[in-house]
Design a protein around this ligand. Structure first.
Ligand SMILES: [Zn+2]
Length: 68
Protein backbone atom coordinates (compact mmCIF):
# COMPACT_ATOMS: atom_id res chain seq x y z
CA UNK A 1 0.00 0.00 0.00
CA UNK A 2 1.30 3.42 -0.89
CA UNK A 3 0.83 6.13 1.68
CA UNK A 4 1.16 9.71 0.56
CA UNK A 5 2.94 11.87 3.10
CA UNK A 6 0.69 14.34 4.84
CA UNK A 7 1.54 18.00 5.15
CA UNK A 8 3.57 18.26 8.37
CA UNK A 9 1.88 21.56 9.17
CA UNK A 10 -1.46 19.80 8.95
CA UNK A 11 -0.37 16.88 11.09
CA UNK A 12 0.98 19.35 13.66
CA UNK A 13 -2.49 20.73 14.36
CA UNK A 14 -4.00 17.31 14.91
CA UNK A 15 -4.24 15.76 18.33
CA UNK A 16 -5.15 12.37 19.68
CA UNK A 17 -8.84 12.21 20.54
CA UNK A 18 -8.16 9.95 23.46
CA UNK A 19 -5.41 11.78 25.33
CA UNK A 20 -4.83 15.03 23.41
CA UNK A 21 -1.19 14.32 22.65
CA UNK A 22 0.31 15.18 19.29
CA UNK A 23 0.31 12.60 16.53
CA UNK A 24 2.85 11.71 13.88
CA UNK A 25 2.49 9.92 10.57
CA UNK A 26 3.58 6.32 10.51
CA UNK A 27 3.08 4.99 6.99
CA UNK A 28 -0.68 4.87 6.50
CA UNK A 29 -1.43 5.67 10.12
CA UNK A 30 -1.25 8.62 12.44
CA UNK A 31 0.26 7.41 15.67
CA UNK A 32 -0.34 9.07 19.03
CA UNK A 33 2.99 10.15 20.49
CA UNK A 34 1.93 9.38 24.04
CA UNK A 35 3.52 5.99 24.78
CA UNK A 36 0.86 5.30 27.40
CA UNK A 37 -1.86 5.76 24.80
CA UNK A 38 -0.38 4.66 21.49
CA UNK A 39 -3.59 4.82 19.51
CA UNK A 40 -3.26 4.87 15.76
CA UNK A 41 -5.65 6.52 13.38
CA UNK A 42 -6.01 5.36 9.79
CA UNK A 43 -5.28 7.69 6.88
CA UNK A 44 -7.62 7.10 3.99
CA UNK A 45 -6.95 8.79 0.65
CA UNK A 46 -4.68 11.28 2.38
CA UNK A 47 -7.30 12.21 4.95
CA UNK A 48 -6.72 11.24 8.57
CA UNK A 49 -9.73 9.53 10.10
CA UNK A 50 -9.69 11.09 13.54
CA UNK A 51 -12.56 9.10 14.99
CA UNK A 52 -12.51 7.27 18.27
CA UNK A 53 -14.29 4.39 16.58
CA UNK A 54 -11.57 4.18 13.92
CA UNK A 55 -8.66 4.39 16.33
CA UNK A 56 -6.60 1.28 16.91
CA UNK A 57 -5.53 0.68 20.44
CA UNK A 58 -2.28 -1.32 20.44
CA UNK A 59 -3.40 -3.19 23.53
CA UNK A 60 -6.08 -4.92 21.45
CA UNK A 61 -3.59 -6.22 18.90
CA UNK A 62 -0.83 -8.09 20.71
CA UNK A 63 2.09 -9.00 18.52
CA UNK A 64 1.32 -6.35 15.95
CA UNK A 65 -1.63 -6.96 13.73
CA UNK A 66 -1.17 -6.19 10.06
CA UNK A 67 -3.98 -6.14 7.56
CA UNK A 68 -3.32 -6.92 3.92
ZN1 LIG B 1 -3.36 9.32 22.55
Amino acid sequence: MTAAPLDPAFVAILACLHCGAEVAQDADRLACQNPQCGRRYPVEDGIPVMLSTAAEAPMSAPGGQERP
